[in-house]
Design a protein around this ligand. Sequence first.
Ligand code: ADE
Length: 225
Amino acid sequence: MRIDIITVLPELLSSPFEASILKRAIDANLVEVHFHNLRDYTTDNYKSVDDYQFGGGAGMVMMIEPIDKCISGLQAQRKYDEIIYMTPDGERLNQGIANQLSLHENIIILCGHYKGVDQRVRDKFITKEISIGDYVLSGGELGAAVLCDAVIRLIPGVLGNETSALTDSFQDNLLAPPIYTRPREYKGMQVPEILFSGNFPEIEKWREEQAYKRTQERRPDLLEE
Ligand code: ADE
């Protein structure tokens, strides 16, 4: 998979890809992540990427020309499955969207800033708009990092244990059950006996019950979906 990220702040985005699972995925050539600084696609001396809003109003708007140059240049080199715009008014990110995106070959992620982008960018180029939650960030970069993490870990071969992504919270609309590790007893706090029984079908049943109970208590909306 190849991910091209278009941003005015590439420095804000680099560190999540330089550690742990994302770094391993890149080092193993399971994913390529390329950053494109929008200012490199400007034509004026000031490297302007934004301008005043037509009709008046506070806040600057990202201009279409540098974005067009960047996206058109990328499209001339390969076909993109999806061109995503990170915005609080997009579809709220969930596991289903991450699963779908992880199957793609090439995607572009455009990070918004200021008031957002000229509507004509959205009309002409964007195929999917994604929000990471109902709050406003100062730019799309952190949202793009969240999206990339959620997607990249699903690419086959990225996680050591192939099954572990499948037992994540949300993968089957259930939250994850409680988990424990050593020591067996800590300051009087015990680990549930069932986990030492060696009876794996019973352990699996217990985990499913706990997952269901936790979901019912914390996120009953997931059970209705
Ligand atoms: N840009 C600003 N806020 C955002 C959000 N909640 N999700 C994605 N991109 C954003």
